[in-house]
Design a protein around this ligand. Structure first.
Ligand SMILES: NC(=O)c1ccc[n+]([C@@H]2O[C@H](COP(=O)([O-])OP(=O)(O)OC[C@H]3O[C@@H](n4cnc5c(N)ncnc54)[C@H](O)[C@@H]3O)[C@@H](O)[C@H]2O)c1
Length: 266
């Protein structure tokens, strides 16, 4: 195989969680464009089906499934629907993730638990269920969406001015750190099954939702802090996911690819 063929996902089947909107949808569309049949999982079934329809409109195979990654029964149902429709699963992208900002000194335990339930436990549950398909099938790959905040602390002067701790999100950072550790540990456990496990750590990505959810002056500070002096877009992550899912990355496992405009370079 030569050249761009090594990046082709023709004949492969992928699932992207939390792909009804935001970055997950961009990742699902990229995998479909590269040739994969794609299942779009989302806790919002309407969004999942709409994204799957967009994939089908591009002439690719798309399946929408309503599934909350923190619920075992939902994950089971999602994987069963994928097996029934496609008969296999080659690529799992654990993208579903949430953030619940709260001042650390006041945050109720429920906030910590919910963020971990989705970001870390959800990644575990989907990986476990995907593994139950991939192991007997002879291999596959898992790509976890982590965050630069799983690597380093948050600079308060950038994301929330001092004196305003309500933007803190300790659970988010800790849960993404867990995702990075899980990536490395699972990569070594499942190498014998020919399942590669890698992660992508996005930096500041200006999705439609964050365009309005994050105030303009905060965006200015985030951009100033980013060496490439711009926010990322969903498109910036598309090449990374195709690469890690494809045969071009067949000797790559246990790695974290940071797509962050240089955020972690200083
Ligand atoms: N946007 C960024 O700047 C950025 C930066 C670093 C990391 N990330 C990570 O990228 C991923 C996607 O982020 P985003 O900004 O697109 O998020 P988003 O909030 O815009 O979209 C998340 C999608 O996931 C779905 N979802 C939420 N909880 C779910 C659950 N329990 N089960 C299934 N689906 C669920 C939502 O319905 C939504 O469609 C997350 O893991 C996030 O932590 C984002």
């Amino acid at each position: 195989m030569a050249g761009s063929d090594r990046f082709s996902l023709k004949g492969k089947v992928a699932v992207v969680t939390g792909a009804g909107s935001g970055l997950g949808e961009d990742l699902a569309l990229a995998l479909a464009e590269a040739g994969a049949g794609v299942a779009v999982g989302d806790r919002n079934g309407t969004l999942a089906e709409a994204a799957a329809r967009r994939i089908r409109r591009r002439g690719r195979d798309g399946l929408g499934v309503e599934a909350d990654v923190s619920r075992t029964e939902d994950v089971d149902r999602m994987m069963a629907a994928i097996e029934e429709r496609f008969g296999r699963l080659d690529i799992l992208v654990n993208n579903a993730g949430i953030s619940i900002p709260a001042a650390t000194l006041d945050a109720p335990l429920e906030v910590w638990q919910r963020v971990f339930d989705v970001n870390s436990t959800g990644t575990f549950l989907c990986s476990q269920q995907a593994g139950r398909i991939m192991v007997p099938q002879g291999g596959g790959c898992i790509i976890n969406i982590a965050s630069v905040y799983g690597h380093v602390g948050v600079d308060p002067s950038v994301s929330h001015p001092p004196g305003n701790p309500t933007r803190e999100d300790l659970a988010y950072s800790a849960s993404k750190g867990a995702v990075i550790s899980m990536t490395r540990a699972l990569a070594t456990y499942w190498a014998e099954f020919k399942i590669r496990v890698n992660a992508i750590s996005p930096g500041m990505i200006r999705t439609e939702r964050l365009k309005t959810a994050v105030p303009g002056d905060t965006w200015s500070r985030l951009i100033e802090r980013t060496p490439l002096k711009r926010p990322g877009t969903g498109e910036d992550l598309q090449g990374a996911v195709i690469y890690l899912a494809s045969d071009a990355a067949s000797f790559v496992t246990g790695q974290v690819l940071c797509v962050d405009g240089g955020w972690l370079a200083w």
